[in-house]
Write a protein of this length. Sequence first.
Length: 469
Amino acid sequence: MEDSLIQLNDLPDEILMMILKKLHSCDVLYSLIGVNKRLDTIVQDSFFTAYLTLTVPPYGFLNFTDPILDRFCSKILPKIHHKIGWINVESSSMERFLRSKNYPNLYGLGLCHLASETARDLFTASQYDRLIFGPSPPRIFSSTLLQLRVVVETYEDCLYLLDGRFHRLNTFYVTICSSDGLALPLINNEKKLPNLQCFTLILKSVLLAYNNFLIPLLHRMLNLEELSLCFINHNTPIIDGNDLKMNIMNYMTKLKKFKFNIHSVIPFNNQINLPSNEHIQHTFKNFANKNQIISSIDCFPKANEFHCHIYSYPYIWTDYDNITNNFRGGLFKSVLKLSLVDERPFEHEFFLRIAKSFPCVKELHVHNRESQKNDNQQWSIIEYSYLTQLDLVKSHENYVQQFLNNTKVSLLHNIYLRVDYNTLQRVTDNFTSDTTRMNCSKIKYLILYNQPEFCSPNLKDYFAHAEIW
């Protein structure tokens, strides 16, 4: 550590900032605050302190155990509390963070995994009035709140927050993590929300209640001016421009901005009357921004699925799921998490296109069981400048070799890798191959699936710098 610190201190501030900006802010703050005055000054830059995400799992490597939380609350937040504008925390640790210091410039609070019971206590119970608003009585909260950004578990939690208790709410950002709750609760999903002007909905799981939950919810928002939707829809008819127009836009006469990222999945069943991509694109002919709407279709006979993806461009979301060989290209600087899925092989040129289109990707999942066909040895080295998490568990060994061969892909240090043990053993020639040794030396966290009771004795030496699970 002392040698590393000396090397850091030898770097000019500009170079050091360039390096640190590629890391997660929490990792930077946790590792470097309190080391020395120079590093303290650098890491307290607004780039690292203005917007904090203290949730599990972040895009960095910190697992927020009690000792780490204690250090943040006692050593780090007291130094940067006045610089924090937005903070995202787990609802379970919210009280510890908010009680550690005052936050005079805080304008936004993101609560992750907020259950309805917690929300009920948080927004109505008297024990929280001093925690959030000083001496103000809790009823002031519901009458003055204008903007709310939350991460909740279920549809029920979302509806609970829109049951009328925040009648002046004009901006609501909600991320729903689970598709549970199909037996929708007896919560009013009909009462109008006339003050709501901006609504963003992101579903991390598949949407199974498009007609029963989402459409009735949107019909309550009569005066909405900005709408953003991001979800994967299963089992209902394909959502296209006609559906969006008829079920959503016709009910929102004041709508000015509509951003969407919608992935429809229906059973394939060898149907012959499935829509073409040209047909899907034609359904947007009456949209004002029709030239900024992208569509693509894919058939997966083995999985018995037909996929239709429609999204507005420029793309504003941080996740991009289920990219196939039909990917049409473009530049997606906002995307941090990416999944590649296909029943046809991914060749080297495909990964090169992905690296160019997603220059900021940090987390990559590759799901493809098909072997590569092109054995051309003349390939350019692919660089993923920010990639720190790589999931190859559901990948053919060709793709494990693709990423671990340093003549094909250049990896950063401190990679978090998930992979099948047997596949990894074959690709590395029982953890002896020189071709994959360099990239394997850059692995910091190695998660092995189907790991035997007794692993090869070469494993630990081959991944000398990695923590292995």
